[in-house]
Design a binder for this molecule. Structure first.
Ligand code: IMP
Length: 501
């Protein structure tokens, strides 16, 4: 573990910038030293919503122009994710489709590690087609082994909330029950939707969930019990609650029949395609993660975690071992540079006081793209982010929101934790667990900030203020990864690059 006091002195007193004031040498993307050149994976390095979509969008745009046939692979999550893309002044919120779907000639793969809602996916495809003038610019492939997260899962998740608090922060998209189905060995997968006996398989699924819900409802007085067919699922969308009816078995099947007819031609065995394009061709590859390490079931703040593998290791399982994360030239963790946001019910030790949080929330528009919920705002937490980088072996960092800084307000950065109990001063190692985080006292240093508005015009490293470079040197060195890209505002071109794409 690097000594942060010494690092502080190196950067802020001796002026050592650890090379962040110039481009990365050699350019890691062209690296042929035992890794696959032209490959990059972007994972959420914090609690999701780090702005990964814009980064992937930019890489697709640049690599799309370069070679025209970039492959964009999404390895986890489903309709719980969301990011807004603006094309030609028109806005679209993508949840299950990566933004590469709007790149001409790209191939977008929805991997085995995803949990997909066919109805929402059809809506998204239609919206993307409309935005692109009628046809998806990219080819779309859906792994036949991706799991379904349908309305039955959403109903069950809602019913489960009354039984335990673990899902209290969830997006209500039925993600955890869908992944749990895989472990229970009764998952409904995309391949079931295109099977000859698809109707029997979906009926069996419905009957099973009818029984599960009836089991949970059985403890209620008889006149309060709600059968699955009458279940109203509350789904929060853009800040408004929509009521969704799962419907009778016949209604459930009818909806799926419509969705299956649209999705049929996209669902396939993608194994051969990935093997060929990853191992044998030179097509550039972008792996896009959803959510963030802080929401991973193993490394996130348990129990307010999601169901999927949000880390680079999810690429290996989703591609059935064809892509080993160590072979990816750049494994970049995206974090917000000057603060952290979180949406759910987890309590982060560095949560800011409301006045400071509100300024950031308003300036950075920190409201969930899927649910519309206002996000919690917390100070940068080195023990936590260092743990996330270490367990996922991130090689690089993407630093978003460099424009969210105020010349008159230093940036608080948590350097270590001690126990909350008076008298105990030993430093504690980070543990991914809510009750542990409730027991710690964070300790901060305040780092010099810069004028965020001035930074918003920066498009090159040389245009970043010295205070920003010092901060980046301190943070990236503390986290043990090199800077890859930074964003300086919401506009598409508001980026600085440490590599040439
Ligand atoms: P689930 O993924 O809906 O099961 O939600 C589990 C936890 O992850 C909740 O705290 C959600 O708020 C959070 N979460 C899920 N997806 C996202 C996301 O894309 N951004 C931020 N938080 C998310």
């Amino acid at each position: 573990m690097r000594d942060l006091t010494q690092l502080f002195n190196d950067v802020y007193e001796k002026g050592n910038l650890y090379g962040v004031d110039r481009a990365l040498q050699p350019d890691p993307l062209r690296n042929t030293n035992g890794v696959r050149p032209y490959s990059v994976a972007i994972q959420g390095g914090a609690f999701g919503d780090e702005g990964k979509g814009k980064i992937v969008d930019e890489i697709c745009h640049r690599w799309g122009r370069l070679s025209g046939n970039v492959v964009v692979y999404r390895w986890n999550g489903g309709a719980n994710a969301g990011h807004t893309v603006v094309v030609g002044g028109k806005k679209i919120v993508l949840h299950q489709l990566p933004s590469g779907v709007l790149t001409e000639n790209a191939t977008v793969v929805l991997g085995k590690g995803m949990a997909l809602h066919p109805g929402d996916l059809v809506t998204e495809i239609r919206e993307a087609e409309a935005l692109a003038g009628g046809k998806l610019p990219a080819a779309l492939k859906i792994d036949a082994q991706a799991v379904l997260a349908v309305d039955t899962h959403r109903a069950y998740e809602q019913a489960l909330r009354e039984w335990h608090h673990g899902g209290a922060g969830a997006t209500g998209r039925g993600i955890a029950p869908a992944y749990a189905d895989v472990i229970y060995r009764h998952a409904l997968r995309m391949e079931d939707l295109i099977a000859i006996d698809w109707a029997d398989r979906c009926n069996a699924h419905y009957d099973f969930y009818h029984t599960l819900i009836a089991g949970l409802e059985a403890v209620k007085p008889a006149d309060e019990r709600v059968p699955l067919a009458e279940y109203q699922v509350a789904v929060l969308r853009n800040g408004k609650t929509e009521k969704i009816m799962v419907g009778t078995r016949a209604e459930f099947l009818e909806k799926l029949a419509g969705h299956r007819s649209v999705l049929f031609s996209y669902i396939q065995d993608v194994h051969g395609f990935i093997r060929e394009t990853w191992l044998e061709s030179k097509r550039p590859y972008v792996f896009e993660g959803a959510q963030g390490v802080g929401l991973d079931p193993r490394f996130g703040v348990y129990p307010d975690v999601t169901g999927s593998d949000t880390t680079f290791s999810g690429i290996q399982s989703s591609t059935e071992g064809i892509v080993q994360p160590e072979m990816i030239a750049v494994r970049a963790s995206a974090i917000k540079a000057t603060y952290t946001s979180s949406v759910g019910v987890r309590r982060l030790p560095t949560q800011m006081e409301e006045a400071a949080a509100k300024r950031i929330r308003d300036d950075a528009q920190e409201y969930g793209a899927t649910t519309g919920r206002p996000r919690d705002i917390a100070a940068i937490d080195i023990p936590c982010l260092r743990f996330f980088c270490k367990v996922t072996r991130a090689t690089h960092l993407v630093l978003t929101h460099l424009d969210i800084a105020y010349a008159d307000t230093p940036i608080p950065v948590c350097t270590h934790y001690t126990p909350k109990d008076a008298g105990r001063t030993a430093q504690l190692s980070y543990r991914p667990d809510q009750s542990f985080l409730d027991s710690v006292q964070p300790h901060y240093i305040n780092l010099p900030a810069w004028d965020g508005k001035a930074v918003s015009t920066a498009r090159e490293i040389s245009q970043l203020p010295y205070a920003a470079l010092q901060y980046i040197a301190f943070l990236t060195t503390a986290l043990g990864a090199q800077p890859l890209m930074g964003t300086t505002g919401p506009d598409r071109d508001a980026l600085v690059n440490w590599v040439t794409w």
